[in-house]
Design a protein around this ligand. Structure first.
Ligand SMILES: C=C(O[C@@H]1C=C(C(=O)O)C=C[C@H]1O)C(=O)O
Length: 193
């Protein structure tokens, strides 16, 4: 059974956003690409390469750019994660976390939306920097330190798909001792079609 995060997104309702905004959609998460592929064979198409990138996703996107790569923060601050996210991270269900939603843009075009849930336990000590990333990619922080290890990649199938909005996603937990944060990356069709 996939895990569903249907109460997602928690921070801004669709009505609060401009029509042209790119929205992180509710997503069903599968333990593997193969499991998601039984539901939607599109994951085995051109998106597959991106779903399987193992190292820094930022680096992989940068290598596809002809000119430039940049990160645009859409929303960042303390908020309550979805129930499904809280369970996934083993944190109390109403505990706020630092939630960062960004667009990863190649050559000026949004290619990927990302949502990162950073529990309070990650924000102490050197982790204070996680609240002040701004337009610097999170990947630069996570992959510059051998302390952070990525867990298995899950594959996500997004629901209520609209033209130009994400249909397929990936996510993983990064761990540093008992600290865990959750990074979801939602591929925009323009990246792989
Ligand atoms: C986790 C990574 O960081 C990337 C950058 C993000 C950000 O700046 O918020 C979010 C997700 C990413 O794909 C990565 O590069 O692999």
């Amino acid at each position: 059974m996939p895990s569903k995060d249907f109460d997602h997104p928690t921070n801004l309702s669709a009505a609060d956003r401009p029509q042209t905004d790119l929205i992180i959609p509710a997503t069903d998460w599968y333990d593997s690409l193969a499991a998601a592929g039984l539901r939607n064979p599109d994951v085995h198409g051109p998106a597959r390469h991106w779903l399987q990138v193992e190292g820094s996703f930022t680096r992989a996107l940068q290598s596809q750019c002809a000119r430039s790569f940049h990160v645009e923060v859409q929303h960042e601050g303390f908020a309550v994660p979805t129930l499904e996210e809280a369970r996934h991270l083993n944190i109390p269900s109403r505990q706020r976390a630092w939630i960062r939603e960004v667009r990863l843009c190649g050559d000026g075009t949004p290619w990927v939306l990302a949502r990162t849930v950073i529990p309070l336990s990650c924000l102490a000590g050197r982790g204070r920097r996680l609240r002040h990333l701004g337009n610097r990619p999170l990947g630069a922080y996570l992959f510059s330190s051998p302390d952070w290890q990525r867990g298995p990649l899950e594959t996500g199938l997004c629901s209520r798909i609209a033209p130009g909005q994400p249909e397929i996603a990936r996510r993983s937990v990064f761990r540093h001792n008992d600290r865990k944060l959750l990074v979801g990356e939602y591929l925009l069709p323009v990246l792989y079609r």
